[in-house]
Design a protein. Structure first.
Length: 473
């Protein structure tokens, strides 16, 4: 049956198992549904149902749009403001328009959305948020898996934690210029998000903000940005290029970790450092520009960037962290700036195509495993400023034919040149007093070793596997 009054349509469906379902729509949008259980269809029961529907329909004029009555609210009589707390029907399917004003015992302005107000509403396909709302609250749309588009007003300044997390159908969103902060996990797991416009004025992107946005191809970071949190763009496996603006002062660890399609990175002048694991396993990264403002490259920063062929580190860089360039298997040249005091442990380990290396005169130490398994390394120039070369520093450098040990060393550490299978001769300087365990073990081509009288201790297996070397003292 069908009735029409005041632009509101009423339907009920035939009796099924003694239940009548009444549906109210307005302007083509379903705004109310009610089920009535009856035992006998009479004029009295029909009248009761119609009166109930008409009574409800009278309340629809208390709102500024046809969907306002679909929400629950908290009302503040003193300020005449209302907060959206959720949907009356969490299984609602379709588009949503959050009202700007709502009438109860007067007119109330909608100013906020409660924590998790619409989270898990999997049937919502789009949402329009009214002017006046300044915060998209924590978990507001978390897990709205059918949500494809969002219209944010120009009054929003903050998008809080996990606001749109796991909205797996969201393909694009425009962030208004009023937004200054996107908090942690705000768009975590939005796996269909292809592009996002970040506004001028944005100052902070929080931890995990865009983590696992696996369809995100491009993002432009504004020149107002000051902070990118840890793991902010981690596992954005479709992202192809990024320019980090000079305004940035804080780059979180793992910020672009495992962005496997990232081919180009430009870091603008002004950025003070590159954080730990910032570009770990960015396997397509072929080029990177590091400005003179950078003073520190963090541990594991470029580990596993297997497409990186060359890199110039500016003289402003004073420290390079452990394993910063390890397993960069295509790296054929690198310039280590004068000013570096220590080549840390594992810094270039596994760089299997690196043919030569020059240690600057500012360096005083080479860490453990620093050049381990650099199998194409044929020469390494080490200055007399170096006073320590730690364990396994050149282990497994199969192409290394000769080494110059600086006369500033007092000890040759354990396994430092072990399994350098092309090494044919070694001259140990008079400054050395001890040779560690397995120092030259497995050097199968080593036939000549000069050991000075200053050496008073030779560790076990120091020359194990060397074919009858001619040891001269």
């Amino acid at each position: 049956m069908h009735y029409n009054a005041k632009y509101i349509e009423y339907y009920w469906y035939p009796i099924k198992n003694k239940v009548i379902t009444a549906v109210i729509t307005k302007n083509g949008i379903k705004i109310f549904r009610m089920k009535f259980t009856i035992f006998r269809l009479t004029s009295v029961s029909i009248t009761f149902i119609l009166c109930t529907i008409l009574l409800f329909s009278c309340t629809t004029d208390n709102y500024d749009n046809s969907q306002a009555e679909m929400f629950n609210y908290i009302f503040d009589k003193e300020t005449k403001t209302a907060i959206v707390t959720g949907l009356k029907d969490e299984y609602y399917e379709g588009d949503l328009v959050i009202p700007k004003k709502v009438k109860k015992d007067g007119t109330y302005t909608v100013t906020d959305m409660l924590f998790s107000s619409l989270s898990g509403c999997k049937g919502i396909t789009s949402v329009t948020i009214p002017d006046g709302i300044t915060t998209i609250s924590e978990n507001a749309f978390y897990g709205c898996t059918s949500l494809t588009s969002v219209n944010l007003p120009s009054t929003v300044t903050i998008i809080e934690e996990s606001a749109f997390s796991s909205c797996t159908s969201l393909t694009s969103i425009t962030i208004p210029n009023s937004v200054t902060e996107i908090e942690g996990s705000a768009f975590y797991g939005c796996s269909s998000l292809k592009s996002i416009e970040l506004p001028d004025g944005l100052m902070k992107i929080g931890t995990w903000a865009f983590h696992e946005c696996t369809s995100l191809v491009s993002v432009t970071l504004p020149n107002t940005l000051r902070e990118i949190g840890e793991d902010a763009f981690r596992d954005c496996t479709a992202l192809t290029s990024i320019t980090i603006p000079g305004s940035l002062r804080s780059l979180g660890e793992d910020a672009f970790n495992d962005c496997t399609a990232l081919t180009s990175v430009v870091i603008e002048e002004g950025v003070p450092y590159i954080s730990e694991q910032a570009f770990w396993e960015c396997t397509a990264l072929a080029s990177i520009v590091i400005p003179n403002s950078v003073t520190n490259i963090g541990e594991f920063a470029f580990k596993g960037c297997t497409a990186l062929t060359s890199i110039k580190i500016p003289n402003s860089v004073k420290t390079i962290g452990k394993y910063a360039f390890s397993d960069c298997t295509s790296l054929t040249s690198i310039t280590i700036p004068n000013g570096i005091k220590s080549i840390e442990g594992g810094t270039f380990s596994g760089c299997t195509n690196l043919p030569s290396i020059t240690i600057p005169s500012s360096a005083t130490s080479i860490g453990d495993c620093a050049f381990r398994n650099c199998s194409s390394l044929t020469s390494a120039t080490i200055p007399n400023s170096v006073t320590s070369i730690e364990e396994a520093a050149f282990q497994g450098c199969h192409s290394l034919t000769s080494v110059t040990i600086p006369n500033s060393l007092t000890r040759i550490e354990n396994s430092v040149y072990s399994y350098c299978t092309s090494l044919t001769s070694v001259v140990i300087p008079n400054s050395v007093t001890s040779i560690g365990w397995g120092a030259f073990q497995g050097c199968t081509s080593l036939t000549s070793v000069v050991i000075p009288n200053s050496v008073t201790s030779i560790g076990s297996y120091a020359f194990d596997g060397c074919p009858n070397p001619n040891v001269v003292k």
